[in-house]
Design a protein around this ligand. Structure first.
Ligand code: AMP
Length: 248
């Protein structure tokens, strides 16, 4: 996340206002980020957000934010969504789309947006297309981060997240200075429920059957930019920038 953008309107819904709204850009960038869980797309979304000023709009972050609210404050639909999420299953299109519609103002934001984790199915992509057409907003590109499956599984099982500031570490490739403790805020590092082995298997199957066909969907619309996701986050970012320069 761009430290300057607090994403309150996105994370908490339309009744919340961003204390620090993104700066209006001359050419606001609007991207969808695709990629299997663990491919590093969240990290790329953070880098793109910092450097382009656009907000990282992650649907997974909205569900995780809902998880920390009081159970009796949650709607039945959100409770069902959280249950699906803890098993690694996809939340229903109906729930996800209702949540996106409530947050249409974030799509109109003059800072642009980076949709991270949405759309996840062709039905969601079609609904997003209709929503953007109604708002007269065009996507610049769909960035598809690609890696072999074995590499992804190794990345996911070693991932640790700070339960306070949400910073992401990896037991091998990006360990914290002190095991189990966040370098940035001293918070506790935890393994996300859905990064455990049983959930990873379900998430990969959901990705293969529902999300992978999205690459074809956007390729046909001439929006797809395929990006090999090997190497350091900075190397992947530089690759992304080069591919985008050639296109935008
Ligand atoms: P993520 O952080 O993007 O990996 O999302 C975490 C979990 O939230 C997923 O495994 C799903 O259970 C749920 N989720 C997030 N975005 C969506 C979506 N667009 N459609 C369905 N489920 C979603």
């Amino acid at each position: 996340m761009n430290a300057k953008n607090d994403r309150a309107a996105w994370l908490k819904g339309p009744s919340a206002h961003c204390a620090v709204p993104p700066q209006t850009q001359t050419h606001p960038r609007r991207f969808v980020l695709l990629g299997a869980p663990g491919v590093g797309k969240g990290t790329q979304a953070e880098l793109l957000s910092e450097r382009l000023g656009a907000c990282q709009l992650s649907t997974g972050d909205v569900f995780r934010a809902a998880k920390s609210t009081d159970e009796c404050e949650r709607s039945p639909a959100i409770n069902r969504a959280l249950e699906a999420m803890s098993k690694g299953e996809l939340v229903t299109d109906e729930t996800v789309l209702a949540m996106i519609k409530e947050r249409t103002a974030c799509l109109r934001c003059g800072g642009g947006f980076l949709l991270d984790g949405f759309p996840r199915t062709v039905a969601q992509a079609e609904a997003l297309g209709e929503l953007l057409a109604r708002e007269n907003i065009q996507l610049d590109a769909v960035l598809s981060y690609e890696l072999p499956l074995e590499t992804i599984v190794a990345r996911l099982s070693g991932r640790r997240t700070c339960d306070k500031c949400k910073a992401v570490y990896h037991v091998q490739s990006k360990p914290p200075k002190v095991e189990g403790v966040c370098d940035a805020c001293g918070g506790k590092l935890i393994q996300r429920e859905d990064d455990r082995a049983e959930s990873v298997k379900v998430r990969m199957a959901a990705y293969a059957s529902s999300t992978a066909p999205l690459a074809d969907y956007y390729r046909k619309k001439d929006l797809l930019v395929s990006i090999p996701a090997e190497g350091s986050p900075e190397a992947i970012y530089q690759r992304t920038e080069k591919l985008l320069e050639a296109r935008l």
